[in-house]
Design a protein around this ligand. Sequence first.
Ligand SMILES: [Zn+2]
Length: 281
Amino acid sequence: MRHTEPTDAQARRDIAPVICYPTEALPPPDLTAYQAARDISLKIDEVRVPPRDARTFRAPAGHFFRITSVEGPQVGDLNLWNAADLDERFYSGKTRALHGTHLTTGHRMWSSFPHLRPMATITDDTLGWYGIDAFGGAVHDVIGTRCDPYTNRLLAGGNYHYCCHSNLTRALTGEAGLAPDQAEPLVHDVLNVFMCTGFTRDTGQYFMKASPVRPGDYIEFFAEIDLLGALSACPGGDCSTTHSSDAAACHPLLVEVFRPQTAPFGWAEPPVNAYGRTHGL
Ligand SMILES: [Zn+2]
């Protein structure tokens, strides 16, 4: 059924937006204190993520971890869990609502209900210069979910086993000693590290374009709580053309973990959300 515009249609469209979740009330991360701690940190671990596969890593509370592009442009799909409670995991949707569609230095990765606390703070981003391009594209998105074999089956048919969803499931199966059907539901919507994405202005569709990442670029995080992480080197490579297949050129990613000699000045592990969970009952 077609509906005609009301006479005040344009007036309704012209109403200015308001920010849904103003974040001014949140205490800003003390990036100077984080940097001072980072400056006296020692590398304690590294994990190399092979192309079209995923690996887990652990970053204890108060440590830093860095994801670096090596060998060639490559997108990574990042999952984070509370290392002691895998039910507390990264909440991409609420992080998007709080910080916007793409993350950079000073933004935080928030955890799922009922915890809703910072899991990690982004402390450095060599692609912070990119901003928002003429297509509306930006880097490190929290709008995509992760490539997965179900959507691929729906749209292209066949069974492809090396989508990020499956890569993360396999990695978690090995790390946590879980059966695949136990590990899979713990895999969640990701931070798309290095991926350049946006929404088309005419149709509002999710788009990707060649990542501006180059070998040596990195994004670095401070672990606010004890973290188990998993990173998939997406089969889309730099996500310039296609994903969910072996067609794209893919490269490894490097994860490094650093331990500061002293905690950042004034830092304390964030408590879980204080809401009492009675829901009006
Ligand atoms: Zn992927």
